[in-house]
Design a protein around this ligand. Sequence first.
Ligand code: PMP
Length: 424
Amino acid sequence: MIDYQFDRDHIWHPYTSLTKPLPVYGVTKTQGCEIHLDNGQVLVDGMSSWWAAMHGYNHPVINQAMKNQIDNMSHIMFGGLTHEPAIELCKRLVELTPKGLDKVFLSDSGSVSVEVALKMAVQYWHSQGKPEKTKIVTPRNGYHGDTFAAMSVCDPVTGMHSLFSGAMQQQLFVERPTPRIEAQWHSDAINSLRKTLSDNHASIAALILEPIVQGTGGMNFYHPEYLRQARQLCDEYQILLIADEIATGFGRTGKLFACEWADISPDIICLGKTLTGGNLTLAATLTTNKIATGICNGEAGVFMHGPTYMANPLACAAAIASIDLLIKNDWQQQVNQVNQWLKQGLAPLSDNPHVADVRCLGAIGVVEMKQAVDQATIQRFFVKQGVWIRPFGKLVYVMPPYVIQQDQVAKLCNAIKSYIEQLS
Ligand code: PMP
């Protein structure tokens, strides 16, 4: 029995109030692309647990890898010790990520991997005799996590910077990346970034962005030429490029990493979310030999970070199994297929007067409404329809597991359609 009263009285859920909590639904089991509720209802999963469960839930291969590992060693400190799960995982990460990213720092969540990336950038410039390069530049509408430094590079409005302004480092913001991915490139789109870098480069350590897909900050799919030119500008002005691929990594956008849309390599990349196939919390920050060497030849002689659960062997075992499964499963074909089904199901909604825009990229489908939705109402509606979709603001979106079947995608799309049709 789920003790809802205790949950309501004592436990915070993400981005919610404890005095006026939104309704929550009790989950007893997950299987494949399905979520089983305590009232016996079974929901088709449209969220992959926030971009994480790309192979669906309870995958027997990943489960077996975790069982094997747990019988051997679930955790051991990484200071002074090492183990095969970490080494095997890092071999795969070095091989699969864009060229040149050869040095891996493992941590425990996406936000921490961003903190690590920002520290690497600042420490690198310090080691190069440029301690004044500490500012981070970032496009508006971005999202990089909830810890303080990560929050300082989230969109200032949706990230509610006014609440924390006295406590947070002030960063430099440029216009959000445009034009859209399918639009014609226009050279003005890079002007805001160029001017900010040109005016402030002496104090800037890095540019951080989500390549091609700005997720939480608006599900904005932008043009690869922006990313290509951002890479060039970073080189021109001696600024490191940090690609936050925590949401986009491992195939979600239709490329293994979203940087591949522009055929670029960042100086630092952050990975997380689906790194373990949505099974355990683990993240990675990778950088180049040049930056790692710079940091280690600097004043400190070391990189100043070391979380307790660094390189947790159980999480590494899940990640290895998940990555091997991704490659074996022909993820590209799976994602292309999901993309087609999403387009078929969602494109017709673009004519509805309540809908501002419909867009799909890889295994992501977005219906942008003209008005913000009421989260509790729409959530109840979707659960009644037998689907798990969790909209925010004006965005009703799905990013299902890559293994979802055609009838399940149709169920997700029909639920969105029914919601919109009953509005007027
Ligand atoms: N960066 C991006 C692009 C994200 O989408 C997220 C998570 N929504 C994070 C960073 C933070 O990751 P975590 O929630 O694991 O701290």
